[in-house]
Design a protein around this ligand. Structure first.
Ligand code: AHR
Length: 326
């Protein structure tokens, strides 16, 4: 479905020269064409390099365009992120950029902004698509294809191991779209293509390094025959590498660790032989996200789903990728 800002224009009554702009029922509110905007960016948390790189990119782009940015940090709480969005609505921002921490709890906040006449662009994470729709309840989604990321890591792992091994899976935050989709992409691929592989345990490490380390420690004790650890992000995978070493084993030799994100520490771990691969998930959203806002204000058509292309890192290209990594 494509939406066009001009579809939302309603002519005013009584021969007045000006047009009054009303959002049509079930439509995204329009955005007045201006040089600069007051925008909201409701970040989920700031406890890892990926989030810091995303926030830096959004703030730098706002500054470059002369936009005022209302920045909040939900400190890993979906409830706080909902309150943050509501506060942005009260402060009268023109536009909201939102990475919803979890798929369902943020839907009321998205709906509230839409109802208040503030277009919302979902960046990086999505809401439950059965409950809220791009082009209707929010402007659009821009981000990676998380299912594909999981598939690419599974394909690489199958190829590297000859389709054999026992896998421990460290899941991301419960209810977050990247956790759901990365699990689906990886698990379905292993099931379909590698009958000699088994996922022996799969639990959430909340996308955090220390939680990933603690979880890997516990699961390695419960499954001493595990040969592979798949982390839904680099932070948890780096935590797993620490847990493997603490258990007296050698990451990359006794246990293969595979991952997603492409952050600097992970790329370095590939160079060091401790991490097998990391599928990139690009956090630098600023330029593309602001482009979408300005295009929407200019009346251009905005696609409902805009997918970022991602690189893939392993020993063949990690050293070259290090200088530009975050
Ligand atoms: O939503 C993207 C994920 O969120 C990244 O993989 C992770 O590192 C971040 O916290």
């Amino acid at each position: 479905m494509l939406i066009h800002r001009r579809q939302l224009l309603v002519g005013s009554m009584g021969g007045l020269a000006a047009f009054t702009i009303f959002p049509a029922f079930g439509a995204v509110p329009p955005l007045k064409k201006k040089d600069t905007y007051k925008v909201g960016f409701a970040q989920t948390e700031s406890n890892n390099p990926w989030r810091l790189a995303q926030s830096a990119s959004m703030k730098a782009e706002a500054a470059k365009r002369g936009c005022q940015i209302v920045y909040t940090d939900a400190a890993s709480s979906a409830a706080k992120q909902v309150a943050d969005v509501n506060s942005m609505i009260a402060q009268g921002v023109d536009f909201i950029f939102l990475p919803p921490r979890e798929e369902k709890p943020l839907i009321p906040a998205v709906m509230a902004a839409n109802k208040a006449g503030i277009p919302v662009l979902l960046i990086d994470r999505n809401v439950d698509p059965t409950l809220a729709k791009p082009g209707v309840d929010f402007l659009a989604f821009i981000g990676s294809n998380f299912v594909l990321e999981g598939q690419r890591v599974a394909d690489w792992t199958i190829q590297k191991t000859g389709g054999k091994g026992k896998i421990i899976e460290l899941e991301g935050s419960i209810g977050a779209s990247p956790a759901n989709d990365r699990k689906k992409g990886f698990d379905d691929t292993i099931k379909a293509k590698a009958p000699g592989m088994e996922i022996v345990a799969s639990q959430s490490g909340d996308f955090a390094r220390d939680k990933g380390r603690q979880l890997a420690e516990t699961l390695l004790q419960a499954h001493p025959d595990a040969t592979i650890i798949y982390g839904h992000n680099d932070e948890m995978s780096l935590g797993a590498i620490a847990a493997i070493e603490a258990a007296g084993k050698v990451p990359g030799k006794d246990i293969l660790v595979v991952s997603i994100d492409g952050e600097k520490d992970a790329i370095q771990a590939i160079v060091d032989g401790k991490l097998g691969c990391s599928c990139e998930c690009n956090p630098r959203f600023g330029p593309a996200a602001f482009d979408i806002m300005y295009k929407y204000a200019a009346g251009e058509t905005i696609a409902p789903m805009i997918i970022n292309p991602d690189n893939f890192y392993d020993a063949s290209n990690a050293a070259a990728a290090l200088p530009n990594a975050y």
